[in-house]
Design a binder for this molecule. Structure first.
Ligand SMILES: Cc1cc2nc3c(=O)[nH]c(=O)nc-3n(C[C@H](O)[C@H](O)[C@H](O)COP(=O)(O)O)c2cc1C
Length: 229
């Protein structure tokens, strides 16, 4: 990152820490409410510094009781509610910076059974498929910084995340990546995203956490965010 890019990102991140909310359907505002009214038409001087946390996550069960080992590995339970690992990290980031949140979902529901999900993910990857998404970010122009979170699937980004990257215009935006994994770390995904989003500033300091270490994710996310700003 050049000095001027770094200065710009730091200014944006600092403004984002002020926790500015924004309207827009499919977006959950930083204050936890959903907004179905469409993008705001009132421009505020802080519009340019708004931050969005987008994530893809597939918790393999919604039942906190009686989980298989695989289901427990793919989830983190908070106050009795089952979250996907990446979903949990997205919530930690949102909680720290007060950003809006967008969940990346496929139009067709994915299987929750671990084996079937693995097989489907493999098939999608082998076919270099771009699964259709349920929705796109309706008000992307209102954000300058977009956090993008995903689990590692077969040593790569999940194919729905490729769809997400290709169906939005992220040019000129700051992109901050975070991920969860089962042992393979970031698996070269920062380089992949940097190559795909050549007109964006992809921050090289991406966050990743092993699914077995979700208990320490809160502290680690805090340290990471402190180092970003
Ligand atoms: C289809 C599939 C493929 C996976 N492939 C890998 C992999 O190649 N490397 C790895 O470290 N973890 C892999 N994992 C483990 C996930 O990255 C890990 O469980 C992650 O925390 C799941 O996040 P989520 O609950 O937000 O979906 C895979 C999981 C699934 C379901």
């Amino acid at each position: 990152m050049t000095d001027s890019t770094r200065r710009r990102f730091l200014a944006l991140a600092t403004a984002a820490l002020a926790g500015v909310g924004v309207a827009g359907c499919s977006i959950v505002r930083g204050n936890g409410t959903s907004d179905a009214s469409g993008p705001s038409t009132v421009a505020s001087p802080l519009d340019e510094s708004r931050t969005l946390v987008a994530y893809f996550s597939v918790p393999e069960t919604d039942d906190p009781n009686d989980m298989t080992e695989e289901e427990a590995g793919s989830t983190h339970v908070v106050d009795g509610k089952v979250l996907g690992n990446t979903q949990y990290v997205a919530q930690l980031i949102e909680g720290r910076i007060g950003a809006d949140v967008f969940r990346i979902e496929t139009a067709e529901e994915l299987p929750l059974d671990h084996g079937r999900l693995e097989d489907l993910a493999r098939e999608l990857q082998d076919a270099d498929a771009r699964p259709k998404l349920k929705a796109l970010i309706p008000n992307l122009e209102e954000y300058d910084t977009v956090f993008i979170g995903y689990p590692i699937w077969w040593y790569d980004l999940p194919m729905p995340v490729y769809t997400f990257l290709e169906e939005h215009d992220f040019s000129g935006k700051n992109i901050v990546l975070f991920s969860t994994h089962g042992g393979n770390g970031l698996s070269g995904t920062v380089e992949t995203v940097t190559e795909k989003l050549a007109d964006s500033t992809v921050i090289s300091n991406a966050f990743t956490v092993l699914r077995d270490d979700m208990g320490s994710a809160e502290a680690e996310v805090g340290d990471w965010l402190d180092n970003l700003s």
